[in-house]
Design a protein around this ligand. Structure first.
Ligand code: 2HA
Ligand code: ZN
Length: 277
């Protein structure tokens, strides 16, 4: 079997292409990483080349020692992933200290894993720990409406979570713990990775002000679905605010509490504060 016919590789490619089609990946914007299951590693191991040297990750992720990841490449376009996965993506292995990686497959025309590798791996490390290994996907996209909102809403988890929840009844059920917000920071390095991974202790989604969104999830469907739900809600809010500055009606705190009861989710009270419409 060809490596491109493997289930997780197909899922990865489809997700990249879906994000491109929704307009969240202009040029080389965005990046995607998947922590490969041991049984899946076995499935594709015969395609690996263990000769490439280890290189520094730029941060330390001891909780991911020995893990394998499928990743998008730095400077590669999501638009091209479906056309040439071996050029635009890679499979990497983390060393036993969690400080270096090496490329085992892919990036056949040269290149490096995503420029946001430190953020991705630090998020994976937190999520692997807090979900007992359940979360495997980290996805970063430049979701248009969400980015627009980072210019007009306070850059707090309270403001973003509450506004996004109000825009679609499914939202509190899809992301009951809310969304975190990172103020504007230089992307690509360890500092923004540290801030984002702190938020991932509590949230499955973190907004980067004036930049985009990071989502974590168990599989491609759940992680893409989370990003899609958040961006859809952001789009509705942009439309509402474009019509008039205040809502005439909305979902109120007690209504969220009733929803939480019936849908058996816990909604933190810090998001159910009294406020104007
Ligand atoms: O270019 O999105 O954050 C990839 C990015 C950097
Ligand atoms: Zn980005």
């Amino acid at each position: 079997m060809n490596i491109l016919e493997t289930g997780f590789v197909k899922g990865f490619i489809r997700m990249a292409d879906d994000g491109w089609k929704l307009g969240w990946h202009e040029r080389n914007g965005g990046n995607l990483t998947y922590r490969i299951k041991p049984a899946e590693v076995e499935e594709v191991q015969r395609f690996f080349d263990y000769e490439k040297p280890f290189q520094p990750i730029g941060t330390s992720v001891p909780g991911l020692a020995g893990e394998y990841f499928m990743v998008t490449g730095s400077g590669k376009y999501f638009r091209n992933v479906i056309l040439d996965p071996a050029d635009t993506t890679a499979i990497i292995e983390i060393d036993e200290k969690g400080e270096n990686y090496r490329i085992l497959w892919g990036l056949v025309n040269g290149g490096r894993p995503t420029s946001e590798l430190p953020s991705h791996l630090m998020n994976h490390e937190v999520k692997k720990r807090v979900t007992d290994g359940a979360h495997r996907v980290i996805y970063h996209c430049h979701a248009t409406n969400l980015i627009a909102l980072t210019f007009v809403l306070p850059l707090t988890a309270e403001a973003f979570t509450r506004e996004l929840w109000e825009m679609a009844t499914e939202c509190p059920v899809v992301f009951p713990s809310g969304v975190g917000v990172v103020p504007w920071m230089v992307p690509g390095g360890r500092a923004i990775a540290v801030e984002t991974s702190k938020l991932m202790e509590e949230y499955d989604a973190a907004i980067w002000a004036h930049h985009g969104l990071f989502c974590s999830g168990e599989d491609f469907d759940l992680t893409f679905g989370l990003a899609h739900t958040i961006e859809k809600s952001a789009e509705i809010l942009v439309k509402v605010r474009s019509m008039q500055p205040y809502k005439l009606q909305t979902i109120r705190p007690d209504e969220f509490r009733s929803l939480a009861k019936d849908f058996k989710v816990t909604l933190p009270e810090k998001f159910l504060y009294e406020k104007k419409l």
